[in-house]
Design a protein around this ligand. Sequence first.
Ligand SMILES: Nc1ncnc2c1ncn2[C@@H]1O[C@H](COP(=O)(O)OP(=O)(O)OP(=O)(O)O)[C@@H](O)[C@H]1O
Length: 262
Amino acid sequence: MNESVQIEIRDLTKIYKLNKKQMQESHTKNPKKTAVDHLTLTARAGEIYGLLGPNGAGKTTTLRCIATIIKPTSGEIFVNGNEVQKHSEAVRKSIGFLTSDIKLDPQFSVDYLFDFFGELRGIAPAQIKRRKEELFTYFGISDFAHKKIKELSTGMKQKAAIAVSLVHDPEVVIFDEPTNGLDIITARGVTDYLRKLKEEGKLVIVSTHIMSEAEKLCDRIGIIIDGKKRAEGTLQELLDETRTQDLEDAFFQYFKSVKGEA
Ligand SMILES: Nc1ncnc2c1ncn2[C@@H]1O[C@H](COP(=O)(O)OP(=O)(O)OP(=O)(O)O)[C@@H](O)[C@H]1O
């Protein structure tokens, strides 16, 4: 494997088994849902790779498989050469993962949780302190660090979750819709931080359905629809391929080619 390659996904498929309630809710008699369907992609150090797709496309499922939260049905994922199922501990050490379904305990303060997760990850106290100063200052957390999570606004909670996910200074940062629900000032703070991580040589993978964000932020974009990767490239490559002027138009071209006219 190329030394600079940090994430390699080979032929990833994830099939969920649906219970009766989920089948009813999805109006289906099929007890299996293929969320990710033979997905292959490679992302490298020093880039921001964006997974772009509509609701239910399989973005979160893909990211959760990389982050060792769920097991792939088939296929392989390597993070820095470590296969995620065989070397899950090493993979978890090198990854910072943020997703809306990981919630910080509402009873505790940001300050406490940062220390708690730092210790859990085996980080030395002096390093936890240093990381805390750096991240709390950057995200303006110091003013509310002593407050309980349940007392915080959506934006404050998201900043806290981001800081906690980065306590161990990971090489690979995987953020699932990191700016969801944030005002533009807070969202900009987050995307600027992702750019800073990239400049430090880290690999950042984000999922989003915000076209303008993907357009400005991502070095390469993978378009995923119904669990399959339908296109991949730089913004310019996607625009050239679809002969469009912006990502939204390009996205609709790909969408129409899969689903027919909307
Ligand atoms: N735990 C689960 N059990 C059963 N089905 C699931 C589960 N998680 C996700 N799915 C289904 O798998 C498909 C892909 O979902 P996923 O959350 O990966 O999509 P997504 O692209 O992240 O969507 P969104 O943009 O809405 O977050 C959807 O049809 C979803 O309903």
